[in-house]
Design a protein around this ligand. Structure first.
Ligand SMILES: [Zn+2]
Length: 391
């Protein structure tokens, strides 16, 4: 039932955007969609470019010069004596844009930068004596380089659709995150992994097409669509992990618990050294104080899902309290959903799940995709949200 409702919404959305853009109704692909600027390379001294359609390089800030560029040719951009050089000719521009000719849509173009191919065009900024290379790409094409990097494309179709909606929402919510550096999003895990056409996959493309323009909203706002690898049995609130309250990012019980089990061990000597380095000089650790883990049961030192809030370490020179999140990053633990055991001169962290635990669990979505549609999966992990066709 939900599907039919969303399809109707979708058709209305497309009609609306076609009307807005004044475009002939030649097909769904003609609909407007947001253009993203994705930071690819930084501090480069040179780049070799190729295109698949006739393109034009323009000096965006001075608008002085246009260089036409055909498929089959290579264009060389370099920095020399603090100036950008285009095929050996000096330009005073600090910003160059490479787009398709004749106002063709960005969707029609692919550009190759030093051997790697991306959807859309590029922008080159002169910054701190080097070049920042930015991909100018429409949202749906951007997702084609993100979804297969964030979730294995052989996973079930409904899980891939849920991932596509979460990734689209995340990208549009965090547009302009890197504004001070001249672009919207970076291509690493800090924002979302993006690899251009290299990771292209038919199943991921199908999931993106099936959910085209669909985003998650809470009231009138795009949500912070956080996701992680595996919750271990219960997700976590954003409040507990990052200190910011979001009504839709609350702990959610999963059908299976104790998923993604892991064990990471350290010698007490090594553990003590790491603690001292992080500002907790307790001497050699002799004992730790932490209540026993029951998934879905909070305690004074654990959050509602059972993740470690604080742990007390007792050493030869004193004792200190350390936060679960800090322990996790200090020791590169898979999650904060763990128990601790001291055995001889070893300390063992025995836990479940992988990642911060906030929002959608990707392995959880994979399991649910066996019986649920992507819309139901998303409303399981993000409480009280609505799916909306944005374009
Ligand atoms: Zn980033």
């Amino acid at each position: 039932m939900n599907h039919r409702f969303f399809t109707l919404l979708g058709m209305l959305g497309v009609l609306f955007s076609l009307c807005l853009a004044g475009l002939p109704s030649t097909g769904l692909a003609a609909g407007w969609q947001p253009e993203l600027r994705v930071g690819l390379f930084f501090g480069q001294s040179g780049a070799e470019l190729q295109v698949n359609v006739p393109a034009v390089l323009q000096e965006s800030d001075t608008e002085k010069r246009k260089v036409f560029f055909s498929p089959g040719k290579t264009m060389k951009i370099a920095v020399q004596s603090g100036k950008l050089m285009v095929d050996g000719k000096r330009t005073d521009a600090a910003k160059l844009s490479l787009r398709p000719q004749q106002k063709a849509s960005l969707n029609t173009m692919q550009v190759t930068v030093n051997g790697k191919t991306y959807y859309g065009g590029i922008q080159i900024l002169l910054r701190n004596g080097g070049m920042t290379i930015i991909n100018l790409v429409n949202t749906e094409d951007y997702l084609r380089g993100v979804v297969p990097r964030e979730m294995p494309p052989e996973w079930p179709a409904e899980a891939l659709k849920a991932q596509a909606v979460a990734a689209r929402t995340f990208a549009l919510k965090h547009r302009k995150r890197h504004e001070s550096e001249g672009y919207d999003l970076c291509a690493s895990t800090h924002c979302q992994l993006y690899d251009g056409t290299a990771s292209e996959s038919e199943s991921a493309d199908a999931a993106i097409r099936a959910t085209s323009g669909m985003v998650l909203m809470y009231g009138k706002e795009l949500i912070n669509a956080n996701f992680h690898t595996d919750s271990g049995g219960m997700t976590e609130s954003s409040q507990a992990v990052w200190g910011n309250h979001a009504p839709y990012l609350q702990p959610v019980k999963e059908s299976a618990t104790k998923t993604f089990p892991w064990k990471q061990s350290f010698s007490l000597e090594n553990f003590s050294k790491q603690l001292a380095k992080a500002g907790y000089p307790v001497g050699t650790v002799k004992n730790v104080k932490l209540s026993k883990l029951t998934i879905g049961k909070g305690a004074s030192d654990r959050s509602a899902s059972g993740r470690v809030k604080i742990m007390r370490v007792i050493g030869t020179k004193g004792s200190k309290t350390i936060e679960g999140n800090e322990l996790r990053s200090m020791l590169a633990l898979k999650s904060t959903l763990f128990d601790v055991q001291l055995q001889g001169n070893q300390i063992h962290f025995i836990g479940y799940g992988f990642g911060h635990g906030v929002g959608m669990s990707q392995y959880g979505a994979k399991t649910l995709a066996g019986s649920w549609g992507y819309d139901k999966i998303l409303s399981h992990f993000y409480k009280g949200v609505t799916l909306k066709k944005l374009y």
